[in-house]
Design a protein around this ligand. Sequence first.
Ligand code: SF4
Length: 264
Amino acid sequence: MGEMPYAVARAAIEKYAAELDASGKRILQEVIPSTMGEPLLYSHFDELLELCRTLGIPLNLTTNGTFPGKWGNEAGMATLLHACSDIKVSHLASEQFDGWKANVEKLLNVRNSISDETLVKSTPNKKNAKIATISLQVTLHRKNLKTVPELITWASSIGVDRIKWNPVVFLSVAPQELREMFEIDESLLEPLRKELKTGVFSALNVKYDGSLFFENATDHCAVGGKRGSCPFADEVWVWPDGHEDHCPNPEKRYVNKKTVCYFV
Ligand code: SF4
């Protein structure tokens, strides 16, 4: 689909940043830079950060944890921590990239080194001085299920705030061999859910959420939308050509536009 021209990103952010609710409060809460590739490789990422900083809007970043270029040094990580409400590091890249764990640990160390005083100085509106929370986003699949205890123990020991657990989802057109390799059935997920809610891992200082905890998975669309309560109803997805939609369900976007929407 190509890279989004910066003018498109800027126009969308400025348009929504200008909208206020009845009490005069800004409606736009945060900017989520892309879920269609690694956002830190966006060639206008600096400008995007500066625009959001000037407008006082935090970014909610999901990254693969490679932290390319300057984003991998301490100053770059500190800039991201000041600019974001949450930095979610996707665990998928850890399967292909040796430095993944070290990068997450470095990000946590940089966050721990930022004093309250530096934080206030770097925030245009001093009252909103906040530092990003740090989360892991884990796509659970058959091959990584056995590594979960080790992952949680490590995450808790370094101070990760939250782990988002999402069991792998397949498009209806996915090849059968892919399903056989990675699909996990409910009988494997239920013990993990219990362990996280009430077992030894529930006592750790890490918050757990994600689609693993959806009560009745058959009731939901692939990304967790439920009849009458689509979690994305308040989000606007802006595409590289500037058009907008409200539904991130990949099945609906890429396979069958008529896929049932639980929202309507
Ligand atoms: S609009 Fe419908 S299909 Fe799309 S995410 Fe929401 S509930 Fe799911």
